[in-house]
Design a protein around this ligand. Sequence first.
Ligand code: IPM
Ligand code: MG
Length: 367
Amino acid sequence: MTQKILLLPGDGIGPEITVEAEKLLTVLRDRHGLDASWSRAYIGGAGYDRAGHPLPPATLDAAKSADAILLAAVGGPKYDTLPKDLRPERGLLGLRAALGLYSNLRPAILYPELADASSLKPEFVSNLDLLIVRELTGGIYFGKRETVVETDYKVGSHVIPKARVARDTEAYSDFEVERIARTAFETARLRGKRLCSVDKANVLDASQLWRQVVIEVAKDYPDVELSHMLVDNAAMQLVRGPKQFDVIVTSNMFGDILSDIAAQLTGSIGMLPSASLNERGQGMYEPSHGSAPDIAGQGVANPLAMLLSVAMLLRYSLKRGDLADKIEAAVRKVLAAGLRTGDIAKPGEARIGTAAMGDAVVAALGA
Ligand code: IPM
Ligand code: MG
């Protein structure tokens, strides 16, 4: 049966890199036996501009009925002054929640050709290949929140007669920890069989539960080596010796932070895709970079993270790992051939634009 892909170009460089993804999908359909069709919808600032909401109802409906979603990027300075509920990020968070996309897979791979792009010395990062499994629909992102005025609010020995107080709640149930832990163990099984669970169990109740549940789930995966690390130490270890990690599993908030560190280790956030999956294997795929408003519309953005997101989409949702392998091989080929967009070029090195990079990947796919 023809599978349905929803394209969400969003904001900033999103539309430009979506053009390249569509180019790739078209060639895969016409010449490589991909049985898929696709349509587009608005999200983020583009949703707000067109329909007054970052996640318009028509977009949500289309997302629910799609087999997979390819989202480019949301956000931009133009929307910074909107109320919180209308900000572009709400479109993204709304989709994650509405589709129950609790498993977020964020690989950080350093391509040997780009070893110089990292801010770390090559010996620390060459051949880096780690995966962060981030819980994506729970924790402080979705916990109870409020901003209120309280009387006689205590701060140590101070008593504030009238204080404005804002709170966000970090809450995890055993159910939520267990299912993300299973995703992480299953994924580790397919890789280096080492899983590091990151928490703040020395301080937080939610982290203590997290650790207990991960230890319980581990009994079903005796072939995977489990370790635990406190998040502050994990941040340090990622910078000190990132190659010690295979798979990291962590909460929504810690995963947000650690995945940015991991991305920077590769020196080229323009290269990293990500996948967010639900229980049914339905997935949303996105480049890890943002909407890069500073270079939007100039045709210079790196489309490779977007094209590698297409590869993840084919592998995890459309079950076409064979085509995913082809895309990844094609990306390696263009890098080996020395083709570079501005973000991954060394000073003085020749640069090509978004469309030329997309064309090069398509050409490198071969027959
Ligand atoms: C990410 C982003 C989002 C997040 C923002 C845009 C809400 O930083 O996907 O990592 O914090 O989850
Ligand atoms: Mg983030």
